[in-house]
Design a protein around this ligand. Sequence first.
Ligand code: SF4
Length: 261
Amino acid sequence: MKIKQTITRKTLLYKTGVEYGDYTINHVQGCSHGCLYPCYAYLMAKRFGRVKNYQEWIKPCLVSNALELLDNEIPRYKDKINSVHLCFSTDPFMYGYDEISAMSLEIIKRLNDNEIRCTALTKGILPIALSKLSKENEYGITLISINEDFRGKIEPFASPYQDRIDSLYKLYKKGCKTWVSIEPYPTPNIIEQDFDKLLSKISFVDKIIFGRMNYNPQVTKYPGFREFFNKLSQRVIGFCEGRGIEYHIKEGTVTKVKAMA
Ligand code: SF4
């Protein structure tokens, strides 16, 4: 698909407050994946007037001066940066948008040329060309289910789950570092699913991040939702420790459960 609109920005690289992030870059406004968990980035874009509504959000606008900004900013931030994450408020490999993928690849390449390591996370398809870039980079996919009907409802315009996993596996086979973000994970009243089956699909990765679903009123309606997330967090820890996989359980996913009187 072709990008219909572009925007320009004054700055690009910035330090993020997100718990596992350092510097980040958002070279696209909006995201065609249109996730309905809901998407926090969309809620913020709407709140701060960057987009009017969902229809506008799912029409991505490329930041046309992104590479120019990057070339100006790299020398300024180079010594302070540990890594750059693509992306926290959009998706770097938006499904079906070759222009976005091409720009993301070029951004990673330029950062790597300056000895800056990158991490990327997508609900699209990770291009195999990433395998030619620095082996210090880490490439990830989001995977909260392997049920395609559910994907169609909650991540309507993102890539099919199996294609996403396959693209990650190909990079793993090429010797790249890979990871999976199982976040925002839903409660069984949203979808009943076999968590172990999902884990078994990604046993080849180097790192797993697990986090509960937030901002969805259905979650807290599920009786015992705290126990549910505590139990699944333990499953992730056990799965990873048994296989030498690094893990991170997102803040607020494991909580204390009040004892019954
Ligand atoms: S892929 Fe990420 S940024 Fe895009 S709609 Fe989904 S949650 Fe939002």
